[in-house]
Design a protein. Structure first.
Length: 302
């Protein structure tokens, strides 16, 4: 559907769609990762909507590994931007050791899934599915809520160059709300519509409210980010300017963590500096201390 929208927009501006195998194009648009070797013969005016090795940012296990590396080299206090996480089964023993000391609630996600598929919330390592590749993260038990409902932010970030690094944050985004009021503790961990904000999960709940009026930004289970910020400032008295500065900070640091991998691959395979660009969908959770946490980064976001 996203490609159909892009195709329609370019048609309105005089562009003609050509077969994917044609070498005569201005823009090559794909929803999948690209093979670095495919960039070798691009001409200066040709663009592709992904960078090589973008999986370093958009795969949960790789994102965690890259940020963990920055925590070790630059200091935890500067890169404390994701919840404590473990790459299973590779770090299973480390996870067990931390669990024995701190226990708590953990969220289990397949390393390369989307739309909330395969996610579970557990209180003991024995509840983690065995034999498969997962990222297990400390569950944030103090989320900021609106009217008792948990939410996260979907923000759209464009990178036009990794060398030099050039990042743009779109001025608005989405606030996505759960459909069941949040309760702390361990009694309702099975209720994913309380703990997850994914549209694909919550749209199936009878309590899901869809806003049909495009001019209304603060009704239903999806608000605009600007409507959410107005609510937090006017109704809750929160400093949203400081919050958005922190949000921008964690976005920049997440991208900085993958910059060496992507930039070096671009220098090897991208023949001209402007051939690649990318739009990422950052999912960010804000806790009650107004600390933003990067949950994941989406490739080809809706």
């Amino acid at each position: 559907s996203d490609c159909r929208i892009v195709s329609s927009l370019f048609s309105l501006h005089g562009f003609t769609e050509v077969p994917g195998s044609s070498p005569y194009f201005n823009l090559f648009w794909t929803g999948a990762h690209i093979v670095p070797h495919s960039l070798k013969h691009l001409l200066p005016f040709q663009k592709v909507n992904h960078f090589p090795r973008s999986a370093e940012l958009t795969r949960k296990d790789k994102l965690y590994s890259n940020i963990q590396r920055m925590q070790h080299t630059k200091g935890m206090k500067h890169f404390n931007i994701i919840p404590k996480s473990f790459d299973l089964p590779k770090e299973l023993q480390n996870f067990h050791a931390v669990y024995r000391r701190h226990r708590g609630v953990w969220i289990v996600k397949p390393y390369a899934s989307s739309r909330g598929r395969g996610i579970s919330i557990v209180t003991h390592p024995r509840h983690v599915p065995s034999g498969e590749h997962y990222v297990v993260s400390r569950y944030i038990e103090n989320p900021l809520c609106v009217d008792g409902f948990k939410f996260d932010l979907r923000l759209y970030v464009a990178v036009t160059s990794y060398d030099p690094l050039r990042i743009y944050l779109y001025e608005d985004g989405l606030a996505r709300f759960a459909t069941v009021r949040y309760q702390g503790g361990t009694q309702c961990l099975h209720d994913l519509c309380m703990h997850l904000t994914n549209y694909s999960i919550n749209k199936k709940n009878a309590n899901y409210v869809r806003c049909e009026d495009p001019n209304v930004e603060d009704y239903g289970n999806k608000w605009s980010t600007s409507a959410l910020l107005r609510h937090l400032q006017q109704e809750e008295g929160l400093d949203v300017s400081a919050l958005m500065m922190r949000v921008e900070d964690v976005i920049i640091k997440a991208i900085l963590s993958v910059e060496p991998h992507v930039a070096s691959t671009c220098r090897t395979f991208q023949p001209h500096s402007g051939n690649c660009f990318e739009l990422y969908g950052f999912d960010i959770l804000v806790d009650r201390n107004l600390q933003p946490w990067v949950l994941e980064v989406n490739l080809s976001p809706s």
